[in-house]
Ligand binder design. Structure first.
Ligand code: OXD
Ligand code: MN
Length: 589
């Protein structure tokens, strides 16, 4: 047990509520990891994989009813509904505590409660935040060990302080009817029940580092964002850092670990983080970002030698795989791995499976949990307590027609506008058909823990306070040709666009002013070598010009959609209405 009185008292309250048989205080040691791994193996919580081929790797399967984050069961619980705003589910705090207390009551009977002290950010950094998660899941403990910094060193950093986020998790009966992920920003508290799936139960990640931390950021003058962070090193050894927000399933992890194409062999890309950025104004007047996490909780399907060789290398040891295929030799496989499937295996549900069955072997949202330190391109600065200075912020989504490959906002306010109208589409398989548009401002729709209008206002406020702000860009890797094919090869070739962005930040390249922002002159994006890519043999300067074009008709519809989207925000900051009117005017509307 740790001596911090506030922690002791709170854990005792949680014990009274959940009534576990035992309590284990996590110290974070290797000896403890071995003991818990053995215990998890003995109760079937994890399976050992082939230790010669995948040393330190294990496989976990969730309940088939529990395979993803549950936005419809995720609540922001405050006294006033207005504080949660139009984009969040809301419950009154007292009602939520009462309702969930009934579910938590006795939920750990016959089970062990683990008390996990964890730090988001390097332990002891003035930018880091401490949380305590109590949980009845060893899987959670083993994952939190990878995704955050845990144990005694965190308690040493906390000292006697009562300044910690309180996270309570119980798996209970894993019933979707009794599943709730509730956040109480006023009390710095998270209660999660009825799930064993990562995003719902690894409370340091989406729950704390985004929903609770976005509230802290608003109150304390910083930003908690759903952004990867990467560094680009020039042949002269200068590194420029970029933070980028994309909705889930737009390839954040791939971009964060990208390999530059052959034409840019002298450049290096360094990964600082793949999912979350905490950003503060530094003494030099720039915006500095840290990755508060210590690991990657990445989507496995589609991760291949082509899409992300660095991620594949990262998960060869000390990794927990969730809901992937187990091969007969005790290794793992998933759809889109770029290697032949095994003739037979065990699928994500734990059933025998063959590729001929027509069923997916791995769940589409199957995951790997791997230490960031194992990534071959991890930045030397990734644990720097001060973070890294951000030159550019990128917003992006899947847009078949609307957004050009890249454009730069006119200024910070215009950049906030671009973030506020961010959207992603599902693309239909049919040629040229466009699917449903989901507006996802700053990729924070499921993660902003307070009223989104106030969140926009906070971004605008930050812009006024940052003497030397990053430049803001929008990118779109997913534009389609009229034949319905991806017009841009993506993956490593995205480097060509990021290079233009960095050059813009360094005032090294011109641009064309358009209705929506600054668009590259087509000769300024190097396309040498793209036509050696399979499927892009005919790519030429006209293809690039197409990708950079702005279709007036498509934008007329987009502008009317933005108007609809904005109707949701009763308290929309006037700066954004002015931005919207300005856009309309530039299109002659
Ligand atoms: C994630 C997500 O898991 O954004 O990172 O859904
Ligand atoms: Mn994410």
């Amino acid at each position: 047990m740790y001596s911090n009185k506030a922690v002791q008292q709170w854990v005792e309250e949680m014990m009274e509520l959940t009534k576990p048989d035992n309590v284990i205080w996590i110290d974070g040691s290797e000896e403890e990891k071995d003991r818990l791994t053995k215990e998890a193996l003995s109760i079937g919580e994890i399976e050992e994989l082939n230790q010669d081929k995948l040393p330190g790797c294990y496989l976990h399967r969730t309940n088939p009813n529990d395979v993803a984050r549950v936005e419809h069961l995720t609540y922001i619980c405050t006294d006033k509904e207005e504080d949660a705003g139009p984009t969040n589910n809301w419950m009154n705090s007292d009602e939520a505590y009462a309702k969930l207390s009934e579910l938590f009551d006795g939920s750990m009977k016959g089970r062990t409660m683990y008390v996990i002290p964890f730090s988001m950010g390097t332990v002891g950094s003035e930018f880091s935040k401490i949380g305590i998660e109590v949980t009845d899941s060893i899987y959670v403990v083993l994952n939190m060990r990878i995704m955050t910094r845990i144990g005694k060193r965190v308690m040493d950093a906390l000292g006697d302080s009562a300044d910690f986020t309180k996270g309570l998790h119980a798996r209970a009966d894993v019933n979707p009817d009794r599943r709730f992920i509730c956040h109480f920003p006023q009390d710095n508290t998270i209660w999660s029940i009825g799930s064993g799936y990562g995003g719902n139960v690894l409370l340091g990640k989406k729950c704390f580092a985004l929903r609770i931390a976005s509230n802290m950021g608003k109150n304390e003058g910083w930003l908690a964002e759903h952004m990867l962070i990467l560094g680009i090193e020039s042949p002269q050894g200068e590194v420029s850092y970029v933070a980028a927000a994309f909705p889930s399933a737009c390839g954040k992890t791939n971009l964060a670990m990208m390999l530059p194409p052959n034409e840019y062999k002298d450049y290096k890309v360094w990964c600082v983080g793949d999912d979350i950025a905490w950003m503060r104004i530094g003494e030099d007047g720039r915006l500095w970002a840290v990755n508060p996490e210590a690991g990657f909780f990445g989507v496995a399907p589609g991760t291949s030698r082509k899409s992300n060789p660095n991620a594949l290398a990262t998960v060869q040891s000390n990794t927990i795989f969730t809901n992937v295929v187990r091969t007969p030799e005790g290794t793992v496989w998933w759809e889109g791995m770029g290697v032949d499937p095994p003739a037979a295996g065990i699928d994500w549900r734990g059933n025998e499976w063959t590729p001929e069955s027509g069923e997916k072997g791995a769940h589409p949202n199957s995951r790997f949990t791997a230490p960031a330190s194992q990534c071959p391109c991890i930045s030397q600065e990734w644990e720097n307590p001060k973070g890294v200075p951000i030159s550019a912020i990128l917003f992006g989504g899947r847009r078949a027609k609307v957004a050009p490959l890249v454009y730069q906002s006119f200024d910070w306010e215009n950049g906030v506008f671009i973030g506020s109208i961010m959207a992603s589409e599902t693309t239909a398989a049919n040629i040229g058909q466009v699917g449903v548009v989901r507006r996802d401002p700053m990729a924070m729709l499921p993660f902003c823990g307070y009223n989104m209008s106030d969140y926009f206002a906070h971004w605008l406020e930050m812009g006024k306070k940052i003497p030397n702000p990053p430049k803001i860009f929008n990118v779109n890797w997913f534009r389609l040709t009229d034949e319905g094919k991806f017009a841009w090869p993506g993956y490593g070739d995205n480097f060509r666009v990021i290079k233009w962005i960095v050059d813009r930040c360094n005032d090294e390249v011109d641009a064309r002013q358009t209705e929506i922002g600054y668009v590259p002159n087509s000769t300024d994006i190097n396309i040498d070598g793209i036509n050696s890519e399979k499927g892009y043999e005919d790519f030429n300067i006209e293809s690039l010009e197409d990708l950079l074009s702005i279709d007036m008709n498509v934008w007329a519809k987009e502008i009317s959609d933005i108007g609809e989207h904005y109707k949701m925000f009763e308290k929309l900051p006037s700066e954004l209405s002015i931005q919207y009117e300005g856009l309309k005017k530039r299109f002659g509307m």
